[in-house]
Design a protein around this ligand. Structure first.
Ligand code: NAP
Ligand code: MG
Length: 489
């Protein structure tokens, strides 16, 4: 990696490049659609390039599925559901899920490199978070497949049928696992649409399904853009739509499905408050704040993007935070020392720039550590805004980038008031040494997940989801099975 940071502090290490081997993954030149167990040419006859956002180089070409392709995929899924999958003994279903989980582990290095190349995230994150958690989800739901009666005692669970699943670009493989693992465990078949900018790990996953000898049509993967997602939502042959993405598109999907009887879950945006009390372990909190907002370049729906600091420690905390930011290394996603990778797309970079400019215009004070950005690709320096008022757009709107807005508070009541003053309600963080205060805050915060003295922790056994404009439905845990089941009387 070229050294992209100007060293300013004598305390800093000079890191030698530590690149992960890129040749562990070999992309095909072109990928068709994974329908009925094989990669097929799109009936639309349309293709589009997929690139690395760090270098803008083309990695492969993928198919752009149109309405006929969506119809073919739904047909394949329906066929697989009716002719075998739904009546397969649950313990047999579990075996396939275990197989997939083990194959994800076996191919973890390849998947991590592919994820970092196609999405721009640092290899240490895709290697240590995305891929292991994706495998863990399949292991976890494999365990439930033959125990559904225990998950829902005194009810008779049955699969819904065919689920259409639409996922975003920030955690491509992990979101795929969150969607596919519970759906299959519950006995459904799926048609999944990955995001336009990050189709490649889903296509490697198609190969994993082939290796696992998963019956044809149980998993179908249709690449494309927003129009492909819209075709899927409009298809009346589905029993359920599961969507993760922006609140705007989520609302449009809800309108489209109103009155159709198609079941729906929505996992949408967030604007989480990370609340730091004056009695906290400050240096730990700094690490949690950094992890909360700069992890995955801030492309995280549950990112701690609003920092609420109790007044007595605000000055000290901000000084420490700025110093910590100077040590973050931005650059080549495939370098094992990289903390901050590339912004996922040019469009997302533009959105971040526009919101950051609005913050400066509205009167917030901006800080970015000295940092030279690579010339090629899409990059944004880690950014902190202080003097932020609640009414500013950077305090209200989801930036989905490495940008933190700092506000202060005096009392727990004020912290709650400010934290809940948002249209969203996905996650929150509380930093304090006082256990009773953690419990009290967690009860009053309107957020699906509340982390205490940590942030951005995930576990397949723990449900995840939002309130208000962050959506409805839960993924993960026993709760994550329910949206894929109906209950027979
Ligand atoms: P997005 O534009 O809503 O896209 C999400 C997915 O929907 C993509 O696959 C997208 O396809 C597809 N899509 C776009 N327009 C569609 C339409 N009209 N009908 C059906 N599908 C459509 O969101 P994004 O910008 O990719 O992702 C960032 C957003 O997702 C953020 O707001 C973030 O908070 C949210 N998010 C939430 C969670 C959660 O669990 N709550 C997790 C991750 C992200 P294309 O990519 O091809 O356009
Ligand atoms: Mg989009």
């Amino acid at each position: 990696m070229t050294d992209v940071r100007q060293r300013t502090s004598p305390l800093e290490w000079e890191y030698a490049p530590a690149p992960e081997a890129r040749d562990i993954v070999k992309f095909q030149e072109r990928y068709g659609l994974f329908i009925g167990g094989e990669l097929v040419e799109p009936r639309s006859k349309e293709w589009f390039p997929t690139i690395s956002p760090a270098t803008e180089e083309q990695l492969a070409e993928v198919a752009l599925a149109g309405a006929e392709d969506v119809d073919a995929a739904v047909g394949a899924a329906r066929n697989a559901f009716e002719n075998g999958w739904s009546t397969l003994r649950p313990a047999e279903r579990a075996k396939y899920l275990y197989r997939i989980a083990r194959l994800l582990q076996e191919r973890s290095r390849e998947l991590a490199v592919a994820e970092s190349l196609n999405g721009g995230k640092p290899i240490k994150e895709s290697r240590d978070v995305d891929v292991p958690l994706a495998a863990a989800h399949f292991f976890y739901y494999a365990g439930w497949a033959d125990k559904l009666e225990y998950a829902f005692p005194n009810r008779r669970p049955a699969p819904l049928g065919v689920a259409g699943q639409i996922i975003p670009w920030n955690f491509p493989l992990l979101m795929l696992a969150w969607k596919i693992a519970p759906a299959l465990a519950a006995g459904n078949t799926v048609v999944l649409k990955p995001a336009e900018t990050t189709p490649l790990t889903a296509l490697i996953f198609a190969d994993v399904c082939r290796q696992a000898e998963l019956p044809a049509g149980v998993v179908n993967i249709i690449t494309g853009d927003g129009s492909t997602g819209a075709h899927l939502v409009r298809h009346r042959g589905l029993d359920k739509i599961a969507f993760t993405g922006s609140t705007e598109v989520g609302k449009a999907i809800q309108r489209e499905l109103a009155g159709t009887g198609t079941r729906l879950t929505l996992e949408l945006g967030g604007k989480a408050a990370n609340i730091v009390f004056d009695d906290c372990a400050l240096d730990q909190a700094i690490e949690g704040i950094v992890n909360g907002i700069y992890f995955n370049q801030g492309h995280v729906c549950c990112a701690g993007s609003r920092l609420l600091v109790q007044e007595p420690i605000a000055e000290l905390l901000i000084a420490k935070l700025k110093r910590r930011l100077e040590t973050l290394r931005l650059g080549d996603p495939l370098d094992k020392n990289t903390d901050i990778g590339a912004i996922n797309s040019r469009a997302q970079l533009e959105r971040i720039r526009e919101l950051v400019a609005s913050g400066e215009e509205e009167g917030a004070e901006i800080y970015q550590p000295p940092c030279v950005l690579p010339e090629k690709g899409y990059w944004f320096a880690p950014t902190v805004f202080t003097n932020v008022a609640q009414s500013y757009r950077i305090a209200q709107e989801e930036i989905f980038g490495p940008v933190l807005s700092v506000l202060t508070f005096r009392t727990p009541d004020e912290a709650i008031e400010k934290a809940n003053n948002t249209a969203y309600g996905l996650s929150a963080g509380v930093w304090t040494e006082k256990g009773s205060r953690i419990l009290c805050m967690a009860q009053r915060l309107r957020a699906g997940v509340v982390w205490a003295n940590t942030f951005n922790r995930f576990d397949p056994a723990s449900p995840f989801g939002g309130y208000k404009e962050s959506g409805f439905g839960r993924e993960g845990g026993r709760h994550g099975l329910e949206p894929y089941l109906r209950f027979e009387e």
